[in-house]
Design a protein around this ligand. Structure first.
Ligand code: SAM
Length: 293
């Protein structure tokens, strides 16, 4: 019989049975609303041929839901104390692999293996490492055998809005540009703080990232591109010229020269600049030979 993994009473009993406490350090806020959980899994658009990668299963509530549809589910949990719980709650699913690792240190390609497979990622992310997890997934050099199209994440509302924002918006920042270089993000729906145990201080959103099949523009040096973007937004209230000269090892003369060549008004602020223009700027800096790497 399927366990009710979103029942607060069930979760409390399970935690007591295994002598566990919610570990704040690992960002443990578990979902306690079955409807919301099913809605999130539906948003993941998981098909019967799919391998699904989950980060942070907690007690396995989303994992078991995904395992009903997916061909294979790989779930990575850092907290070794949760592994006996997961063995209990997911024991009936032969298509689930539980991996006790820190996802940021995990060799994801080794995890998936050599098989040719469509891959989806779905996770209620631990808030303290949302950005590094998403960037790791986006920057992984997925082989042709792995067809990763869609990632669906539950994240803090403010982070989700930053990821999805475009130029001109207050939320638009380095994270927006970096994620949107790799993927088309969208906010799907809001998830109130009340459906978590323990209840976090802020609401969340579910976002989807549709991975781009072709890069929208071509940085000569991706690190340099990202450094320019981060430098520009680091002091986002300053003009672009002041921000970049303050945060990057270039003189104003070099920067003014490349901005003119790139057709970018140096008096604008970073939040008015599109990713493609940042890329033009970074490429001209690389070509000018005055870059610092
Ligand atoms: N999926 C569950 C749910 O929706 O109820 C739990 C989500 S909870 C927000 C985040 C989970 O990520 C926790 O189980 C936590 O222990 C795990 N976690 C935290 N840091 C991690 C890391 N670096 N690698 C893998 N799992 C991690």
């Amino acid at each position: 019989m399927k366990m009710n993994l979103t029942s607060p009473a069930f979760i409390s009993n399970l935690m007591t049975e295994h002598q566990l406490h919610f570990n704040k350090q690992f960002g443990q806020n578990f979902l306690i609303d079955q409807n919301i959980l099913e809605k999130i899994v539906r948003a993941g658009k998981i098909g019967p041929e799919d391998t699904v990668l989950e980060i942070g299963p907690g007690i396995g509530s989303m994992t078991s839901e995904m395992a009903e549809t997916a061909r294979r589910v790989i779930t990575v949990e850092i907290d070794k104390k949760l592994i006996p719980v997961l063995n209990q709650t997911l024991g009936d699913y032969e298509n689930v692999e539980i991996v006790n690792q820190d996802f940021l240190k995990t060799d994801v390609l080794a995890l998936i293996g050599d098989e040719k497979t469509p891959l989806k990622v779905l996770a209620n992310l631990p808030y303290y490492i949302t950005t590094p997890i998403i960037m790791k997934l986006l920057e992984t050099p997925w082989p042709d055998s792995v067809d990763l199209t869609r990632m669906t994440f539950l994240v803090q509302k403010e982070v989700g809005e930053r990821i999805c924002a475009g130029p001109g918006s207050k939320s638009y920042g380095a994270l927006s540009v970096m994620v949107q270089y790799y993927a088309d993000p969208a906010v799907m729906f809001t998830v109130p703080a009340s459906v978590f145990m323990p209840k976090p201080k802020v609401d969340s959103v579910v976002i989807s990232l549709q991975k781009k099949t072709e890069m929208p523009y071509t940085p000569l040096d991706k690190n340099q591109f990202f450094k320019v973007v981060k430098g520009a937004f680091q002091t986002r209230r300053k003009t672009l010229i002041n921000s970049l000269s303050h945060n990057m090892p270039y003189g104003k003369d070099v920067l003014l020269d490349v901005m003119e060549k790139a057709g970018i008004d140096p008096r604008k602020r970073a939040e008015q600049i599109e990713g493609e223009a940042f890329c033009r700027l970074a490429n001209l800096l690389v070509q000018s030979g005055s870059s610092e790497h």
